[in-house]
Design a protein around this ligand. Structure first.
Ligand code: CP
Length: 301
């Protein structure tokens, strides 16, 4: 196991499977999570330089469930607002005794930071459009929970692919496994990196992409990452790319519907979000278990 979790590619297939198995142990049958005072002398800082609900809160809950102290760092009220760089900010936290930093940042600074502060453990909590390794672990765990194995599964990813760190990390993670097929679908202006993918195929027509799908992963439009104002007719977009109850009839009857959140109800209808096949809320809950497993492993190494 590497010292830091900067990318899902830092993990071997065995390490991914071990982390998922380990995460299951933290889930109790009643929807709550095991609490064990395993790391009372460790301090975790959540340094989030972009908004987050699920990742930030679940890392905090996970760290507290493991007995860690948590620094709930608020970037908008920090000295970053006075012009301090992220390097001096995290160095200051290190000098105060923080052992592990969960970092979400719009730019790729985490590798340089980990070189700059080798004594600190870094976990990538979201890196621009590039990487979100713990989300990939959550997504793989959730699929395996509902489908037992990835073998033979037809997986469709639909939405704003170009800006999705969830997609890039998922693709890196699943490349360790055998599966049926992987299909990318989305508006051509949001799919430029996936028109001729190294793994899987691009299908512009959602109804064709969904045929015989076992897993449908949906993604919101990440307006915050477009360099120019997006000139898009939302009604036309929904007509072409929204996952609706009617559209789902193309997929297998037991297909699962996933979404990393937050959901905007553009990429997916409210009725699909709440349907029996939706495992979106399971993904959120699995976030705590996965992050307990990740924190345990990386605080121990
Ligand atoms: N999936 C995810 O990263 O959600 P948040 O932005 O709410 O953390």
């Amino acid at each position: 196991m590497t010292k830091n979790l900067l990318s899902i590619s830092d993990l071997s297939k065995k390490e991914i499977l071990d982390l998922i198995e380990f995460a299951k142990n933290f889930k109790l049958g009643d929807g709550s999570f095991r609490k064990e005072n395993l790391f009372p002398d460790k301090t975790v800082a959540n340094v989030f330089c972009e908004p987050s609900t699920r990742t930030k809160s679940s890392f905090e809950i996970a760290a507290k469930n493991l007995g860690c102290s948590v620094v709930g760092f608020d970037i908008s009220n920090s000295s970053v607002e006075k012009g301090e760089s992220i390097f001096e900010t995290v160095d200051a936290l290190s000098l105060m005794g923080v052992d592990l930093c969960v970092l979400r940042h719009p730019n790729s600074v985490i590798r340089d930071l980990s070189d700059y502060l080798p004594e600190m453990v870094f976990i990538n909590g979201g890196e621009g459009s590039i990487s979100h390794p713990t989300q990939a672990l959550i997504d793989l765990m959730t699929i395996m929970e509902f489908k037992e194995s990835l073998d033979g599964l037809n997986i469709v990813i639909v939405g704003d692919l170009d800006h999705s760190r969830v997609t890039s990390s998922f693709v890196e993670g699943i490349s360790n496994f055998s599966f049926g097929s992987l299909t990318f679908c989305g508006h051509p202006s949001m799919s430029t990196k996936y028109l001729d993918p190294a793994l899987g195929k691009y299908e512009p027509d959602l109804d064709i992409a969904l045929q015989d799908a076992d897993v449908v992963m949906t993604l919101r439009i990440q307006y915050e990452r477009f360099e120019e104002t997006l000139d898009l007719d939302l009604e036309e977009y929904k007509q072409a790319y929204q996952i609706t109850t009617e559209r789902l009839e193309q997929a297998k009857g037991d297909a699962i519907i996933m979404h990393p959140g937050p959901v905007n109800y553009v990429e997916i209808s409210e009725s699909v979000y709440h349907c029996e096949q939706s495992v979106i809320r399971n993904q959120v809950a699995n976030g705590v278990a996965v992050r307990m497993a990740v924190l345990s492993r990386f605080l121990s190494s």
